[in-house]
Design a protein around this ligand. Sequence first.
Ligand code: PLP
Length: 268
Amino acid sequence: MTRADAPVTPPAVLTIAGSDSGGGAGIQADLKTIEAGGGFGTSAITSVTAQNTTGVQGQHLLPIEEIAAQIESVRSDFDLGAVKTGMLATSEVVDLVVEHAPELQNLVVDPVMVAASGDRLLDEDAEDAYERLFAEATLVTPNADEAEVLTGRDVEDPEAAERAGRDIVEMGADAALVKGGHITGEEVVDTLVTAPEEAGGVTSFRHDRIDTAATHGSGCTLSSAIATRLAHGDDLSGAVSAGIDLLARAVRYHHDVGEGPGAVHHMV
Ligand code: PLP
């Protein structure tokens, strides 16, 4: 039986992030996750990292004009359903995204600062610039360490995560998802705080902690999965819930690759 041609138009999703040559995090994780979620993945690369499962061996920031040109090429051609940001590296790059934000919908900001290996992926002076980007964001997805840097609070339990989430919403984000993976406890509790003009509430997502060190790429995978669901038209809490479920599977069925602790599975 022959099939009739059926053009398929998946929602396009743009990732503005760094390249991880080791394939576990960054642009590579984002594109795999977006495609697995039924989106069409496009990218603007901010920085090229020489990296593997054991750590980051080198970083090369692209000239700002080259980053701007990639965003413009993609934005002018595709009807973007969502955009996610990952490693933005410098305050100049953060401000470039701020400039473009009015043309973008469903902007998910993963405020990447440090790789799991401990290597810095963001200049310290860029931490303040993030506040300007939050004002444009649909969702900000810090882990507890990033939430501490961004809000100046200790984030050691879900109550503190909620307070930090509220601070980020007060900075202008529509919502903040403060991830609980870095907070000790048998369960992981991720806390979603939404602005009063959105749903205006707090939702806790609880799941069992999976005992593995292979979490490289988990933040990238989660934010890309959520952006892809938003591009498909899910509401925020549905997109967050689907993203968290996907990440739980991605960590459970992680890839045992390389000499280091491995990486999450992006296509589960
Ligand atoms: N982006 C790049 C280019 C990275 O190299 C990393 C970590 O190594 C990240 C983002 C953040 O990774 P994760 O998803 O593990 O938070």
